[in-house]
Design a protein around this ligand. Sequence first.
Ligand code: F0G
Length: 356
Amino acid sequence: MSLPDMKWSGIIEAYRDFLPVSEKTPVVTLHEGGTPLLPAPRLAAALGIQSDLYLKYEGLNPTGSFKDRGMTLAISKAKEEGAEKVICASTGNTSASAAAYGTRGGMKVYVLIPKGKIALGKLAQALMHHSGILQVEGNFDAALKLVTEVSQRYPVTLVNSINPYRLQGQKTAAFEVCDQLGAAPSYHFLPVGNAGNITAYWMGYREYREKGKTAVLPKMMGFQAAGAAPIVLGKIVEKPSTIATAIRIGNPASWHQAVAAAAESKGLIDMVTDEEIIAAYHMIAGFEGVFCEPASAAGVAGLAKLSKQGLFNKGEQIVCTLTGHGLKDADFCLQSSQKPAEIVKSKSDLLKALGF
Ligand code: F0G
């Protein structure tokens, strides 16, 4: 490893020239970003894809999801502006990230989550970082509406992705992909929930091209869960439903920007069923040794769906962002795995299990 790699100290230091910060901005960081872009040849072969396939493993961020990229900036700017309280609505990952970064910045964090619909690991993170955990009986959309209204009238800073600093931070993932590949890929697949991340990636790729860092731009390929696919259906989904709780959203905040990203890049926004998401989730872990949470597999599920149409060619690069770590939702993993552990009572049982 070279010395610059070992000195990685987060996305604000790495991409300062591209971000709305000054020397006066107090940087609140857990050294997020710098995540690996892993070649995935076994997964590509299993999907029958000739192109080079890569996984941008965002589960390796400090709180286990891509949200940390946006949160370091949103919290640093909130601190610069003197905020004492921050708030967000969340399906789990934003709250985990806000809790960690807000605490590190010396602020009080409040998170509003849909009751019973967030993965336990994420709830544990918000608890551990001493945030005020509040629940709504409704869904994420209702929670977001509430926190938006309150933050407009009271001295509490909203750190959902409608806070523009969030997407500014998240766009650095696109910079990293270009820096790691040497140019933007042909296709970029990712899950779509509140639609901030696809918006941020597209902003990042375009900025990098304007600065001459990549000559090409990728097609942006976003995937919603079929039970929570307002953008695909063209209308708000009042009661979104999917096992991929992170993207259980019926009225995304960045809806129009996401549609624009897909249209401008000649990509698409489509949907995948829960069965397709679960199949992809197991394939990623089973073929590549990479464990992501169910929602994170929606992009790969989309790739699997389109690969049947023979769209992808040799010489093209495909990047799939895996947005969050699998350990966030260990419950779901155990529920959806077919095989319980075998009991071993003797050496002969063990030898039999090993196939000897
Ligand atoms: N994947 C994961 C693991 C997520 O947590 C989210 C969003 C997405 C994908 C979708 O990203 O919203 O930018 O389109 N989670 C938010 C949250 C909503 O509250 O943690 P998006």
